[in-house]
Design a binder for this molecule. Structure first.
Ligand code: ARG
Length: 467
């Protein structure tokens, strides 16, 4: 039927669709990815139609058997996708009619491609969200265990990328984990609004057949049918929500990536990434490049792009369905694939991070990172904080000149700046003393990090139980 009018709607047309227009308006090359959900939705629809007496049980069975066979043909790569048939929906329906005859033409009773496609996308997204959630949990678990293992490992903490105060490596990794915990909540929240069924809205106004939308919703595992038919066929805000989640997640992963890239450099030398996550250079034999985090950082841009595409796609669209919406699929598919792959990469990589503890420790020791501890020490001895700040500033200036860290100065050297300083100052000038002193909920002390890891483990397990 290459040049004929489309058999599904050709009745009122007097000439065939222009060949270019047929190609331009077709979506089958990308929406065939929705075939499993399209078949799942059709089986539920036919089952419901038989339950309310619109189809006979024999018709229902013929339809379901035919659809299952088509599913097999698609899985085996035997299905012949046709561009003149426009999209996944009409390709499958045409094949059904080819296989089972006139009964195949009854499947579309009380339904439109508008509610059909909205249903397919929601089923697809629900499946993908569940897969993505598994990877997200795996990554969070990996981070929690790494943090627990490295609760005592000391590194410099930074502000403005300048050495600020010592922190524990475990504390830093738990900061990442917190970002992901919020992303996880956003994902589960998005799933609630995805899991609502548009089927029954038909083209836009509902249908005159005595359908039972609760039956179809239950068959498909939806929480409930949508409330308003016009809204059901037209809005794609759930896809925008997903890409918002994805953008925020990738923003977080890009920050972690940036740190991994910095940390693996010879200048930082804080961690090693196993060779399997890196590649070499074809010209510089010494190179080992952190490609995986670099790519995740780079892929963040395309996900932001998809969010912008979808927001712009929906902007100003009048009710109800418009063909514009066919453009929702490619950005959404790519966002889903990118998120899944980036999470997998990170979930595999994070447990394999090898901290170079001596090098981290040395970096923390070099950067006057206990200067605040010295100021706090003076305050405890009765000096006003501003004066203490000034005294420590002078000590640091001296340290820069003499190339000595505060902990490397003698008591006499320190006493040049304040007579209040006594022998016990060296307890607070050590890195261990500095981190152990930050001993409150949310602080970097090793015992706090272990407790936080345990709470995170429990929160994650509770989520799992509730899912
Ligand atoms: N391929 C279309 C889409 O993706 C399916 C719905 C088409 N409906 C219509 N009335 N043209 O949005």
């Amino acid at each position: 039927m290459s040049q004929a009018t489309n058999q599904s709607w050709g009745g009122r047309f007097s000439e065939p669709t222009d060949a270019f227009v047929a190609r331009f308006t077709a979506s089958v090359n990308f929406d065939q990815r929705l075939a499993p959900q399209d078949i799942q939705g059709s089986i539920a629809h036919a089952t419901m139609l038989a339950r309310v007496g619109v189809l006979t049980d024999e018709e229902r069975d013929a339809i379901i058997n035919g659809l299952n066979e088509i599913q097999g043909e698609i899985e085996r790569g035997e299905f012949n996708w046709s561009v003149p048939l426009e999209d996944v929906h009409m390709n499958i329906e045409a094949r059904l009619t080819e296989k089972i005859g006139i009964t195949g033409k009854k499947l579309h009773t009380g339904r439109s491609r508008n509610d059909q496609v909205a249903t397919d996308i929601r089923l697809f997204m629900r499946d993908e969200i569940d897969v993505i959630e598994v990877e997200l949990k795996r990554l969070r678990e990996g981070m929690i265990e790494l943090a627990d293992r490295e609760a005592e490992t000391i590194m410099p903490g930074f502000t403005h990328l300048q050495t600020a105060q010592p922190v524990t490596f475990g504390h830093h990794i738990l900061a990442w984990q917190e970002m992901l915990a919020r992303d996880h909540e956003r994902l589960l929240d998005c799933r609630k609004r995805v899991n609502v069924m548009p089927l029954g809205a038909a083209a836009l106004a509902g249908t005159t057949y005595p359908i039972d939308r609760h039956v179809t919703a239950e068959l498909l595992g939806f929480d409930r049918p949508t409330e308003n038919s016009l809204d059901a066929v037209s809005d794609r805000d759930f896809a925008i929500e997903f890409t918002s989640f994805a953008s925020i997640l990738l923003m977080h992963l890009s920050r972690m990536s940036e740190e991994l890239v910095l940390w693996t450099s010879a200048q930082f030398n804080f961690i090693d990434l196993p060779d399997r996550f890196c590649t070499g250079s074809s010209i510089m034999p010494q190179k080992k490049n952190p490609d995986v985090p670099e790519l995740v950082r780079g892929k963040t841009g395309r996900v932001y792009g998809h969010l912008m595409s979808l927001l712009t796609l929906m902007k100003s669209q009048p009710l109800a369905y418009n063909k514009d919406n066919q453009e929702d699929k490619e950005p959404l598919f790519d966002a889903v694939d990118t998120v899944r792959d980036c999470l997998k990469a990170f979930a595999d990589m994070v447990p394999a991070i090898e901290p170079k503890k001596a090098s981290m420790y040395e970096a923390a020791r070099r950067g006057f990172s206990t200067a605040t501890d010295l100021a706090d020490y003076l305050v405890r001895k009765g000096v006003a904080f501003r004066d203490a700040h000034e005294i420590v500033g002078q000590s640091v200036a001296y340290g820069l000149k003499s190339e000595k860290d505060l902990s490397e100065m003698s008591l006499e050297e320190l006493q040049q700046f304040s007579a209040t300083i006594e022998q016990d100052v060296f307890e607070v000038l050590t890195l261990e003393g500095s981190v152990a002193a930050r001993n409150h909920i949310g602080g970097t002390a090793p015992n706090q990090v272990r407790a936080a890891a345990q709470r995170a483990r429990e929160a994650l397990a509770a989520l799992k139980a509730g899912a």
